[in-house]
Design a protein around this ligand. Structure first.
Ligand code: ADP
Ligand code: MG
Length: 249
């Protein structure tokens, strides 16, 4: 069994909530309303996984399966420039961007295929200086939710999503990687999806995810992360900020 790695979020508060950062060999599910900061956290982790261990990284690279077309290289650049305040080195955005492999998923079947291709890419990078230690699926549920509408198709959707999550878990184990998935939930109670504070996709995600984090907006750039039903950590909350430079306390 390989040693679990930890990747800093950039916020000490958020890291402490998770027991020292986001762990490899696990799925972290970020769920929350539109604008709660899920994609921001994903961008930050794609930067931070590349940092050396002394700065909270794993010298790794990242794969992003982008289902909503919300990946922004400029945002990565801002976050890399923001590293200068943390450690005085010549951090260069292009050095980080080249280790972030982004693929746009056009529908749920394509998303599943991309997860399979990610396995091959990770294999080819395994013996390099920057093995893949992070796989992001942002959002993991959007296509499934859009395509499988109505009660009759619910079981079908769950089965597909289940297989997909199983693939992701396998990726996490084989590559000693963190899987970071996002899942948008409704602000208002929604009879189809049930409790708005419970993630869409419900039980399937619930059993597979090792860490489930509920994100919500607070004042200004503040965000609140709540750890829900963790097997190894107490439930709790952490406040962090989404700044131009990236995630901070
Ligand atoms: P979600 O993915 O949960 O829908 P996002 O992660 O896209 O939400 O969060 C969007 C929010 O992140 C914006 O409303 C803004 O508050 C913050 N944000 C985005 N870009 C920047 C930036 N360059 N500087 C500071 N804050 C930003
Ligand atoms: Mg988003």
């Amino acid at each position: 069994r390989k040693l679990v790695g930890k990747i800093t979020t950039g916020s000490r508060n958020f890291d402490e909530l998770l027991g020292g950062g986001m762990e490899t060999q696990a799925i972290v599910e970020l769920y929350g309303e539109f604008g709660s900061g899920k994609t921001q956290v994903a961008h930050q982790l794609a930067v931070n996984v590349q940092l050396p261990p002394e700065l909270g990284g794993l010298n790794g690279s990242a794969i992003i399966i982008d289902t909503e077309n919300t990946f922004r290289p400029e945002r990565i650049s801002q976050m890399v420039m923001g590293l200068r305040a943390i450690d005085d080195r010549e951090w260069r955005p292009e050095d980080f961007l080249k280790n972030i492999h982004v693929a746009r998923a056009y529908n749920s079947n394509h998303q599943i295929l991309l997860a399979e291709s990610a396995m091959e890419l990770a294999e080819s990078l395994r013996e390099t200086e920057h093995p893949v230690r992070l796989l992001i699926v942002d959002s993991v549920t959007a296509h499934f939710r859009a395509e499988y509408v109505g009660r009759g198709t619910l079981a079908d959707r769950q089965q597909k999503l289940n297989k997909h999550l199983h693939d992701l878990m396998r990726f996490a184990d084989l590559n000693n990687a963190l899987i970071l998935v996002t899942n948008q939930v409704m602000a208002k109670p929604d009879t189809f999806f049930g409790d708005p504070t419970k993630p869409v996709g419900g039980h399937v995600l619930g059993h597979t995810a090792t860490f489930r984090v509920y994100l919500r907006k607070s004042k200004g750039d503040k965000r609140i992360a709540r750890l829900v039903d963790s097997p190894s950590m107490p439930d709790g909350e952490a406040v962090f900020s989404v700044t131009m430079e990236g995630l901070r306390d």
